[in-house]
Design a protein around this ligand. Structure first.
Ligand SMILES: N=c1c2ncn([C@@H]3O[C@H](COP(=O)(O)OP(=O)(O)OP(=O)(O)O)[C@@H](O)[C@H]3O)c2ncn1[C@@H]1O[C@H](COP(=O)(O)O)[C@@H](O)[C@H]1O
Length: 105
């Protein structure tokens, strides 16, 4: 699964600075990080609606859109997927309750 995300992140990275007419990703990135974040939010809302309706087929489809747009948003702000995965690795083995307490300080 990580390999799929790694491949997709690499494809998205390759679209940075590419001709916007050459790919949808290049066109979205050319619109800037704020637009990429907005698109991520739109896709997240569509996934939320599918989940709330218990529409599992659509939730699967929308979740794929969410992951793609998350990677585009990260690329737009030069955040590496590897760093996000490292943060998840860091949390592995700790309780979610501990993580919540740590955030509260
Ligand atoms: N996974 C995706 C992916 N998921 C969603 N999308 C695009 O994201 C858009 C989201 O749909 P919307 O209806 O919200 O967007 P829209 O209406 O077309 O655009 P707006 O008018 O709303 O701005 C669609 O146009 C999809 O084509 C994706 N585009 C690309 N990929 C992957 O990225 C790779 C590179 O794509 P290109 O950059 O197009 O070569 C592809 O091979 C895929 O693997």
């Amino acid at each position: 699964m990580t390999h799929t995300l790694d491949r997709l992140a690499a494809t998205i990275a390759s679209r940075k600075g590419a001709d916007p007419d050459s790919s949808w990703t290049a066109k979205l990135l050319a619109k800037g990080p704020e637009k990429c974040a907005e698109k991520f939010g739109e896709e997240a809302v569509e996934a939320i609606i599918a989940a709330a309706k218990n529409d599992r087929a659509n939730l699967t489809y929308e979740a794929a859109d969410v992951l793609y747009h998350l990677l585009v948003m990260l690329a737009a702000r030069d955040v590496d997927l590897a760093d996000v995965l490292a943060e998840l690795d860091r949390r592995e083995g700790t309780s979610g309750l501990d993580e919540k307490a740590a955030r509260k300080g």
